[in-house]
Design a binder for this molecule. Structure first.
Ligand code: UDP
Length: 413
């Protein structure tokens, strides 16, 4: 589907779109490259899939490349992910060597693309060491961190810092994640695309057809968590919350909808833990969806009564934003980026335990008027703060300020 920038004006207003054109006018003839490690699965791919075409719409020369890795490389980067989000993990020298070797190979492959680019966004730790292989780079390089680094394992952070300290800037999603670094840091929360298949309005009939096609009874109350199968998303905690609630709501169903990110070697283990915890309960639906099942996720979020994101650590949680955009309050883990989306008692509830999640679920199921009222607030909060157009404006502003850094003021037309 070819979405024009002007289509967003219908949602966010003309002024927002005009600002984007004004900023883009300052960026004629520059080349921007984004690098991450997967085109499918997880929030980063979700965002780049939408952000990159929109930059093109603004006539910015932008490309998105991925680095290719080996199983040991992804094992190492999954360890980074877990350690940077607070787990105490000692990563072996052999794995670190493989991490650096894979980056060196990718640096050779991407040499011409990256060396002459004006702006390079490096997303997350996987491609972070690329910078050192470009001593004669033309452009400014930005490290964009999407994960919750509020309390990283110290040794792992020290190692990663060695690779990112020479970047020109870094971007974190919320203030609690910023770190001591010798360059400028920007705070930019992620966003969702309201016009994407995942978020666009759907007809009731279509929702009903999709959701019942997945084996769900649309007449019964339903709890939903959409997530990669990752321990930080606490799917087993969600099952516990469901069981506690079901004592009071016997016809309750639970849907855990997820897929596997291609750069995540741990998901199989999480999936088997989830199956074990679910046992033979026919009302727990564990869905393994293909990576392009955007419309199914949209329909599931629209048809479910309760949306949870019971993460223990969370960089941002696009699934929270997506649920709120569907007019639902979200019951979210009291952590990381969920805290800037779920305003407790207003746009959802922040919880720390399965018991807390169950209590809030039960409350919302028995107070539908409150559920609807909070859902309305949730949607307008997303509209004000977490849509793609705001995100794009902030990225463009960062680019303009890095390229025009010597000037104190940037004049817009
Ligand atoms: N997602 C998906 N299919 C799945 C699981 C997740 O399309 O099976 C999407 C989800 O809708 C959201 C993104 O992947 O847009 C996950 O982003 P989030 O920030 O919630 O978590 P991350 O996976 O980046 O930790």
């Amino acid at each position: 589907m070819n979405i024009k920038l002007e289509n967003y004006a219908e949602i966010v207003g003309n002024e927002v779109v005009d600002q984007l054109h004004q900023l883009a006018a300052l960026l004629k003839n520059i080349r921007v490259v984004h690098i991450n490690s997967t085109k499918q699965g997880g929030g980063v791919a979700e965002i780049l899939n939408k952000l990159v075409p929109l930059k093109k719409e603004l006539d910015i020369d932008v490309s998105w490349e991925i680095i290719e890795g080996t199983p040991d490389f992804f094992k190492c980067t999954k360890y980074f992910h877990n350690a940077l989000q607070g787990n105490n993990i000692k990563i072996s020298k052999t794995l670190l060597k493989e991490y650096e070797r894979v980056n060196e190979v990718n640096a050779e492959k991407l040499h011409d693309t990256l060396n002459d680019a004006d702006i390079v966004f490096i997303h997350d730790p996987q491609p972070a060491p690329l910078l050192q292989y470009f001593p004669n780079r033309k452009g400014k390089w930005i490290w964009r961190c999407h994960i919750d680094v509020s309390q990283p394992d110290r040794l792992t952070w020290k190692y990663i810092k060695k690779h990112i300290k020479n970047y020109d800037a870094s971007i974190f999603s919320i203030p609690a994640f910023s770190q001591v670094l010798p360059h400028i840091q920007y705070l930019i929360p992620p966003s969702i695309d309201p016009l994407s298949e995942k978020n666009i309005d759907l007809e009731e009939k279509e929702i009903e057809a999709i959701v019942s096609g997945l084996g769900i009874d649309t007449k019964r109350p339903t709890m939903l968590q959409v997530s990669r199968y990752d321990y930080f998303k606490d799917p087993v905690g969600v099952i516990k919350a469901y069981r506690l609630t079901k004592k009071f709501v016997p016809d309750l169903q639970l849907i855990l909808a997820g897929g596997e990110a291609t750069d995540d070697p741990e998901s199989q283990r999480v999936i088997s833990d989830v199956h074990e915890a679910a046992g033979k309960d026919p009302d727990i639906h564990i869905l393994l969806l293909p990576s392009d099942a955007h419309k199914s996720i949209n329909a599931l979020q629209r048809s479910s009564d309760i949306i949870l994101q019971k993460s223990i650590r969370e960089g941002f949680g696009l699934t929270v934003t997506e649920g709120m955009w569907k007019g639902k309050p979200v019951i979210g883990g009291d952590t990381g980026g969920i805290r800037i989306q779920v305003v407790n008692h207003q746009t959802g509830f922040l919880v720390r335990t399965p018991e807390g999640a169950a209590l809030r679920t039960r409350y919302l199921l028995f107070h539908r008027d409150k559920l609807n009222e909070m859902g309305k607030k949730a949607k307008s909060f997303v509209k004000e703060n977490f849509l793609l157009t705001r995100h794009l404006r902030e990225y463009l502003t960062v680019i303009v300020s890095l390229l025009h850094g010597q000037k104190e003021r940037i004049e817009l037309e």
